[in-house]
Every structure is written in structure tokens, then in C-alpha cells.
Design a protein around this ligand. Structure first.
Ligand code: AP5
Length: 208
């Protein structure tokens, strides 16, 4: 299976990607996680990406397409994959289509006010990338990751003014992908404003 999880910031892509990856035994590839690791490592790619990510804008298409072309050529992706956060522009989607055929595009849809409240209460593990929510998905011990006990952080781009820029980037640059994939006939729209468990159950049926 070659799947794309599409949706605005905070739609729950990362949360559901972990689940689908386990269910289908395919790697979940998050461009956001790859870029954050590059920023942390201080690589050339990380230095380029950092200023775009900090402002809530998108990293240039050429940079992302090069990065993903090499990632998708990995042996690990030979049996399928789940993309979280890529493609994010029509240019990226066309580049992806020239590399592989996608089976399904799962689009999580949620209202803007829910996004803002979800991201305000998100806590992330900088080590193993696990995602928590203070109310809906709290860690067992306050402030610590369940899996690796690392101190949880608030992502730098979860500041309210950066969330606004990320939402604008989604609206103007990413949401046209709904039309793009609708025309290719493999778009499935999912109501993302429900419990994590209800969405999981729907996704399992869709990919089963
Ligand atoms: P990225 O890391 O991809 O961020 P994003 O798309 O903004 O998505 P998020 O990680 O914020 O949200 P999510 O949908 O994964 O939600 P989550 O599951 O965490 O990208 C970061 C930046 O990198 C971009 O801004 C850009 O600069 C750059 N970038 C990345 N890819 C790029 C590309 N292709 N091109 C150019 N630039 C790129 O859930 C959110 C919260 O809600 C959590 O607290 C979670 O516990 C909770 N939650 C989840 N589901 C539910 C539910 N059903 N009910 C209640 N709470 C829930």
C-alpha cells in the first residue's frame, strides 16, 4: 500500500500515521520529523529548512522533492509506505506522481478552531517523536514520554502566531491538493473532528 495522509496542521496526521504504520507494517514517513532531525543535526538541509519552519511557511519545493526522492528510493519503502506531510503543494504532488503510483489519499478534515485548540495542548517527544495531548492523549507521567521517559516539549512552531502562518500556508498552498487528488479518483475525505479511536476505526476499514 502506498498511502498519503493529508490534512491541515493538527488534523491528527502524525497520531494516525503511527497506528496505520503498525497496522499495515509499512514505514510512516513524516517530512516534518525528517526536517526537524536535520535542523537538530545542524546539516545544510536543516539550516535551509529552519527559517521556513520557524516562520510557519513551507520549505521550497526543490529541497523537499530532492529529499523525498532519495527517501522513497530506500529499500525500506519497497513494500509500501505512508506519507505524512508530503506532498504539500501541487508541484510536489506532480513530482511524486512521476516517481510512484499512490493507492489512496486519506484526507483528515477539521475546523480551524479545533486545530488551534489541539495544537495549543500538544506535547511532543523530541527523541522518539511520540505525540501527546494534555486532555485527549495525556502521558502517563506528567511531562514525560511514555516510551522513552524524555522530557516532553512544546514544538517551536506551535506558538499562536506561527500556527496562523501554518494555517495560511495550508489554505493557499496545500488545500488545492484536495482538488488535485479528487480528479485522480483516489481521495477519501474523513471527518477528523471525532475521537482518535473513531478515526482509527474508520481508517482501518478504508485500508483493510
Ligand atoms: P509537520 O511536522 O508536517 O507539521 P503539520 O503538517 O503542521 O502537522 P502537525 O505535525 O502539526 O499535525 P498533525 O496533523 O500531525 O497532528 P498530530 O497528530 O500531531 O511540518 C512542520 C513544518 O515542516 C511545516 O510547517 C513546514 O515548514 C515543513 N514541512 C513539512 N513537510 C513539508 C513539505 N512537504 N513541504 C514544505 N515544507 C514542509 O495531532 C495534533 C494534536 O492533536 C496532538 O496533541 C494530538 O495528540 C491531538 N489529536 C490528534 N488527533 C486527535 C483527535 N482525533 N481528537 C483529539 N485530539 C487529537
Amino acid at each position: 500500500m502506498r498511502l498519503i495522509l493529508l490534512g491541515p496542521p493538527g488534523a491528527g496526521k502524525g497520531t494516525q500515521a503511527v497506528y496505520l504504520s503498525e497496522l499495515l507494517s509499512i514505514p510512516a514517513i513524516s517530512t516534518g520529523d525528517i526536517l526537524r532531525a536535520e535542523v537538530k543535526a545542524g546539516s545544510e538541509l536543516g539550516l535551509t529548512a529552519k527559517r521556513y519552519m520557524e516562520s510557519g511557511g513551507l520549505v521550497p519545493d526543490d529541497t523537499i522533492i530532492d529529499m523525498m526522492r532519495s527517501r522513497l528510493a530506500d529499500q525500506e519503502c519497497a513494500g509500501g509506505f505512508l506519507l505524512d506531510g508530503f506532498p504539500r503543494t501541487v508541484t510536489q504532488a506532480r513530482a511524486l506522481a512521476s516517481l510512484v503510483t499512490i493507492d489512496k489519499v486519506l484526507a483528515l478534515e477539521i475546523p480551524k478552531e479545533v486545530i488551534i485548540s489541539r495544537l495549543g495542548a500538544r506535547r511532543s517527544c523530541p527523541e522518539c517523536k511520540a505525540v501527546y495531548h494534555l486532555e485527549h492523549q495525556p502521558p502517563q507521567e506528567e511531562g514525560k514520554c511514555d516510551g522513552c521517559s524524555t522530557d516532553l516539549i512544546i514544538r517551536a512552531d506551535d506558538a499562536p502566531e506561527t500556527i496562523r502562518s501554518r494555517l495560511e500556508a495550508y489554505e493557499y498552498q496545500t488545500s488545492p491538493l484536495l482538488e488535485f487528488y479528487s480528479s485522480t479518483g483516489n481521495l477519501v475525505r474523513i471527518d477528523g473532528d471525532r475521537s482518535i479511536a473513531a478515526i482509527k476505526a474508520d481508517l482501518a476499514k478504508l485500508v483493510g
